[in-house]
Each structure stands twice: as C-alpha cells, then as structure tokens.
Design a protein around this ligand. Structure first.
Ligand SMILES: COc1cc(O)cc(C/C=C(\C)CC/C=C(\C)CC/C=C(\C)CC/C=C(\C)CC/C=C(\C)CC/C=C(\C)CC/C=C(\C)CC/C=C(\C)CC/C=C(\C)CCC=C(C)C)c1O
Ligand SMILES: C[S@@+](CC[C@H](N)C(=O)[O-])C[C@H]1O[C@@H](n2cnc3c(N)ncnc32)[C@H](O)[C@@H]1O
Length: 327
C-alpha cells in the first residue's frame, strides 16, 4: 500500500493532546473516542487525578506527560548518538532481535508506537525488502521467457519492492518525529512509511487495523501503561501480534552490580557531556528501575486481553521482548 502523504501532513496539522481536530478524518484514522450514554468517555478511560512516578519523583498524572515530552524534546537531536555511546551499539542488536522475532511476512501492516527516530521502522523496511527481493529473484529465475523490460520493471518498482508491507510510525513528540523524517530522507526511505503524531494511550486509528504492533523503549514513558496496552489490543487485527522491547530486571547478580554502577554513575555523565542534559538521562535510569518486572509486565499484557504471552530476556534481562497475540 502506498504511504498516504496526507497522513504525514496531518501529523503536523493536528496539535494538542487529542490530535483529532473536528472534521480531521482520514481513512483508517479514528474520528473520535467511543462515547458513553451521556456523551462522556467510558468510565475506564476517565482520567483520575492520582499520583504517579516520573523517574524517582512523585508527580501528578497530569504533570507526567508534559515532563516526558520535555525529556524527548530535549534529547531528540542527540538521541541516536547517545544510544550508540551509552550502549556501545548494543541497542542495535536488541532492535535487530525484535525484527527477527517478528519475522514479518509480505504485506505486513506494522504500527510502531513511540517509534521516535524510526529505528524499528527502518529495520522493518530493510527486512521486508530483502525478503521480497529474494522471493522475486527466485520467481524470475524460475520463469524462462521474460523480456529484459519485464525483468527491469520488477527491479524498478519501488512500491512493489516491499510486497505491500507498510509501517506507520506513531509518536507523541514532534521533535523525535522530525529527526526520524530527516533520517528517512537522508537514508532514502520513502515507500511503505508514514509518520503520525499520536498518543499511545489514545491511538488515532480504527479498530482491527494492523498485523503487528511494536513499542520499543516507549511503554516505560507512558502514564497509563494499561491504557496503552488496551489500545494496542484494539488496533490489532484478530490474529495480530503485540511485541514490546523494554528495559527489564537483570537476572545475574554480577551484571546487576555493574549495571547499577554504570547506570547511575556513568549514564547521566554521558548525558551531560554529549547531550548537555544530565536530567533526562537521570530520568532514563530512574524510569528503568520503576518499570515492572518481566512477570508483572506479562500479567499486564494478559490483563489487556492478549493471549499466549511470553517473554525473552536479552543481555541478562537488561532488556526483554514481550510478545502476545490478539486471538
Ligand atoms: C531520555 O530517555 C532516553 C534517552 C535515550 O537516549 C534512550 C532511551 C531508550 C534506550 C534505548 C533506545 C537503548 C539504548 C540505551 C542504552 C543501552 C542505555 C542503557 C544502557 C545501559 C543501562 C548499559 C548497560 C550496562 C551494563 C550491562 C553494565 C555493564 C557495564 C560495564 C561493563 C561498564 C561498567 C562501568 C563502570 C562500572 C564505570 C566505569 C566505566 C567508564 C567510566 C567508561 C564508560 C563505559 C562504557 C561506555 C562501556 C559501556 C559498556 C556496555 C554498555 C556494556 C554492555 C554490557 C553487556 C553486554 C553485559 C531513553 O529512554
Ligand atoms: C526511548 S524513545 C524510543 C524510540 C524508538 N522506539 C527507539 O527504540 O529508538 C521513547 C519514545 O517514546 C515516545 N513517547 C513517550 N510517551 C509516549 C506516548 N504516550 N505516546 C506515544 N509516544 C510516546 C517519546 O516521544 C519517544 O520518542
């Protein structure tokens, strides 16, 4: 499917927390929240003025979103270089493993929530393109009587080079998306890719729309994780898959010790030296400590309605990939 250019423009036109402006209705995008009998949101979706955490700080739920926004607005320009420096490139391997776990098939419709600067989306496009090219080559070799023109056409059709696969990157932060779009242009990603400004807790998409939902290093930042999980379940097609890559609990005591020292003594220093931003990187390490364990998060995913929920620890549980299906 072609990437609808209007969605890209739309992402910059619709501002504010509920980015759906009156009359702003595009195919596949959600027009409004389902309303209760009195026109109010369903009770489960109502916001209660309770407290939550922003790293180790206790803040009101209303405050948290704004603080998280500021963090990613501040780090956006240095985000990619910081990740390579902090992890010595290991985050790339974790993201590759997420794709290998997904094993997208030709035509897969992916929604990458909290997609930021596009790392998962670009990996997805590389993966489906490579897979599609292998298939096309096999088919071309099997056909004897093709003209050169027919062969050349197969190689030149950019849209078709993805076998109909498409990725929608959705993120709440304009600055992160801006960097992502710049990267996409610079690296030549165009077909099969769209960017939408949106909140994981109120996704601007219709029900049953995507084959796969991914969220990498994103869900930790969301105020109501349960709502984000319910939204993931809603937008997935029956049979669709939820995949989450997130920091988790380290299961090796020695690694855990080193990890703690590294996290609290080194990462904020790197944040200050490279990005001029100690506080955002202090938030990063604190928010990792506040995130539920592998088993607790698995239960939350099940509570949102997902089935066959499993997880796999990577690098001694520094991160884990959780998987679930909408059945
Ligand atoms: C604001 O929010 C955010 C901002 C962001 O930029 C990113 C995110 C989301 C995160 C990602 C997209 C992933 C990428 C980010 C990370 C991987 C950062 C988190 C990284 C860790 C928590 C590091 C993992 C560390 C360990 C396993 C501990 C092992 C540590 C060592 C062997 C080094 C120990 C060092 C000391 C005790 C201090 C002395 C060392 C120095 C002064 C030199 C500095 C050392 C290094 C740069 C080496 C780093 C080594 C590793 C990363 C080794 C990896 C470990 C294993 C393979 C076991 C976001 O939300
Ligand atoms: C650590 S980055 C991860 C980016 C990318 N997925 C990656 O793996 O590199 C976290 C992202 O989550 C986004 N985010 C935070 N809260 C969000 C929310 N409620 N809805 C959508 N995105 C959110 C931030 O704007 C940021 O881009």
């Amino acid at each position: 499917m072609a990437a609808p250019r209007s969605w890209v423009l739309w992402s910059f036109c619709c501002r504010g927390r509920s980015r759906l402006l009156p009359g702003c209705r595009l195919p596949g995008l959600r027009s409004s929240w389902p309303r209760g009998p009195l026109g109010a949101r369903p009770l489960s979706q109502e916001k209660r003025a309770t407290e939550t955490h922003f790293g180790f700080e206790t803040v009101s739920e209303e405050e948290k979103g704004g603080k998280v926004y500021q963090v990613f607005e501040s780090v956006a320009k240095k985000y990619d270089v910081m990740n390579d420096m902090m992890s010595l490139g290991i985050h790339r391997v974790w993201k590759d493993l997420l794709l290998w776990k997904m094993r997208p098939f030709p035509g897969t419709q992916l929604l990458d929530v909290a997609g930021g600067t596009g790392d998962i989306a670009f990996r997805f496009l590389n993966y489906v393109q490579a897979q599609h090219q292998r298939k096309e080559k096999r088919q071309l070799r099997a056909q004897q009587n093709l003209s050169w023109e027919e062969i050349a056409k197969k190689y030149q059709n950019e849209e078709d080079s993805l076998g109909g696969s498409h990725v929608m990157v959705c993120d709440i932060n304009k600055e992160m998306l801006k960097i992502g779009k710049q990267k996409a242009r610079a690296q030549g990603y165009k077909a099969g890719l769209a960017w939408v400004l949106g909140d994981a807790e109120e996704l601007p998409f219709d029900d049953d729309k995507f084959d796969v939902y991914t969220i990498a290093f994103g869900i930790r930042n969301v105020t109501h994780i349960d709502r984000a999980l319910q939204e993931a379940h809603r937008v997935l097609k029956p049979g669709g898959r939820f995949l989450c890559l997130e920091f988790s609990q380290v299961n090796n005591p020695l690694v855990s010790r080193l990890y703690d020292v590294y996290s609290f003594q080194v990462i904020p220093v790197l944040g200050e030296v490279i990005a001029g931003d100690w506080k955002s990187y202090q938030y990063l390490v604190e928010s990792i400590r506040q995130f539920p364990s592998q088993e607790e998060f698995k239960e939350m995913i099940e509570d949102a309605g997902f089935q066959k929920v499993t997880y796999e620890n990577l690098t001694s549980g520094i991160v884990a990939i959780h998987s679930g299906f909408k059945l």
